[in-house]
Design a protein around this ligand. Structure first.
Ligand SMILES: Cc1cc2nc3c(=O)[nH]c(=O)nc-3n(C[C@H](O)[C@H](O)[C@H](O)COP(=O)(O)OP(=O)(O)OC[C@H]3O[C@@H](n4cnc5c(N)ncnc54)[C@H](O)[C@@H]3O)c2cc1C
Length: 462
């Protein structure tokens, strides 16, 4: 199933020989791309199972030329393709697997306000003016998502409301403080605090000390959204090829050449929209992207009494812990519950890993079966801010939304398309955020991130 350039290499004892750093990185990416799921389930678990299958698009064949070649068919790449095609550019998008195969087809579907770093932290770090520009763009991200869903009639089960549930009293106070700050300094009035009793009513769980309700947040069916963006891009004139993994990018200063197993593209500009897999195609970016595996499960449809008790207002929930739980109900009344990062390798049984966490929040689900379980790789950065930049004037990239990319990656694609067509101002608002490499080089990075997550988990427990 995995197309990989490695198959083109020489073999020893029937095994591919990986010689260069980029070949080794590509091999690692191929392993990242083949995610763990319940036996017999598709990589996107419930999401793929709950919607009609889509006929595959053709793989790239032969030589093509275009103005902009987008690598990666998740929200970033699809939004970039859509916006670039709408501006009149000739666009080709190459996806290694199928549209929505990566994080965009597997995520929790939650639409967040702001960035992973709070505005008060951004102000202290980057200054008030830069923080304000980032806030405006993060607000635009949610508005853009909703406008695209509406304009392109993307039926993706879009819902309103996101609850941030405080796991202890200190977290509740911090939420309240930041909420007041957003109201006072940014005029953001869509958030209100809930006391413990109201939190229990809104979530159906007795676990929390309080919460914040955000009318500006929400949730959606991630794979339906990705497929809708793909159809909109094609309607705007973009050509999308699936099963077309780019193995090499050559001549980054001139008309750029991208090679796949069965064809090549010559492009004036290239947009790398490969998120967690970016290090494979651009080894110079490898040290800026970390990988965290996150696990999602879907229960059987809830019986009516539980469906009324759990999330009666149909909001999504994320808690305030570092190693957080996040959940919501699906349109067909299941609880989609996610959480728990993997520390040392992929678990053999994802459902068994997540279920105890779900029962801690909702003991009343004891007799409701878990029917789907899958995982996805979250691309994270040291700063938890998405990393925007250019490998050359012709090759642009964005990755590392750090678990908050449903809305932001949609915007990221638009900003990449703007920059690829000569309008850098808004792209630069993100590109000016200082990026930092992970310590430890490519081999030590995973164990170091795992150790950091374990430390966070201990902090959460304390
Ligand atoms: C389990 C999970 C839960 C999450 N939950 C949430 C959430 O609730 N809310 C939220 O806001 N964010 C969430 N996120 C993060 C969010 O999903 C991502 O930030 C976002 O989807 C990133 O989109 P993208 O297009 O940049 O990357 P991706 O969707 O990963 O797309 C990258 C694509 O590039 C392709 N590719 C890679 N290498 C090549 C190559 N060499 N050639 C061609 N194609 C290639 C891959 O196949 C993939 O389809 C979650 C992520 C995960 C994994």
């Amino acid at each position: 199933m995995l197309p990989t350039e490695l198959r083109l290499n020489s073999h020893a004892n029937g095994q591919p020989v990986k010689t260069t750093a980029s070949e080794i990185a590509l091999d690692r990416a191929s392993r990242l791309l083949s995610q763990s799921v319940m036996p017999e389930q598709e990589p996107q678990g419930y999401y793929a199972a709950s919607i009609a299958p889509e006929p595959p698009r053709p793989a790239l064949n032969g030589r093509r030329t275009c103005d902009i070649c987008v690598v990666g068919g998740g929200y970033t790449g699809l939004s970039a393709a859509l916006h670039a095609a709408e501006s009149g550019a000739r666009v080709v998008l190459l996806e290694a697997q199928r549209v929505g195969f990566g994080a965009s087809g597997r995520n929790g579907g939650q639409i967040h306000t702001g960035l992973r770093k709070e505005q008060s932290e951004l102000e202290a770090w980057l200054g008030a003016a830069h923080a304000r520009d980032l806030w405006s763009l993060s607000e635009e991200a949610k508005a853009l998502l909703r406008a695209l869903v509406s304009r392109h009639e993307i039926a993706c089960e879009l819902r309103t409301g996101l609850i941030t549930a405080a796991h202890d009293a200190r977290a509740a106070r911090a939420l309240e403080k930041e909420t007041e700050h957003l109201q006072r300094s940014y005029g953001y009035r869509a958030m209100r605090m809930l006391d413990a009793a109201e939190t229990t009513r809104q979530t159906g769980s007795r676990l929390y000390r309080g919460a914040r309700f955000d009318e500006g947040g929400g949730h959606l069916h991630p794979l339906l959204y990705a497929r809708g963006l793909a159809r909109a891009s094609e309607a705007a004139g973009a050509a999308i090829f699936e099963e077309s993994q780019v193995g090499a990018i050559e001549n980054v200063q001139g008309p750029v050449q991208l090679r796949c197993a069965s064809g090549s593209v010559a492009a004036d500009r290239v947009i790398l929209a490969t998120d967690a897999y970016t290090g494979a195609i651009a080894p110079e970016l490898d040290r800026f992207i970390g990988h965290v595996e996150s696990f999602v499960t879907a229960t059987a449809p809830l019986p009516p009494s539980l469906a009324n008790e759990i999330l009666p207002g149909d909001a999504a929930v994320a808690d305030t812990r570092h190693v957080l739980d996040y959940y919501r109900k699906s349109a067909d009344g299941r609880l989609l519950f996610a959480g728990r990062e993997a520390y040392f390798g992929m678990p053999a049984d994802i459902a068994a890993l997540v279920r105890p966490r779900m029962l801690r929040v909702f003991p009343q689900l004891r007799d409701v079966a878990t029917e789907y379980a899958w995982s996805g790789t979250v691309g994270i950065t040291v700063t938890r801010m998405p990393h925007f930049g250019k490998l050359s004037e012709r090759v642009l990239f964005t990755h590392g939304y750090s678990g908050q990319g449903v809305a932001l990656a949609t915007l990221g694609g638009r900003l990449l398309a703007e920059a690829a067509t000569g309008h850098n101002e808004r792209f630069d608002v993100f590109a000016r955020v200082p990026s930092r490499p992970f310590p430890g080089g490519s081999w030590l990075r995973r164990p170091l991130i795992a150790a950091a997550l374990l430390a966070y988990k201990v902090a959460d427990a304390l």
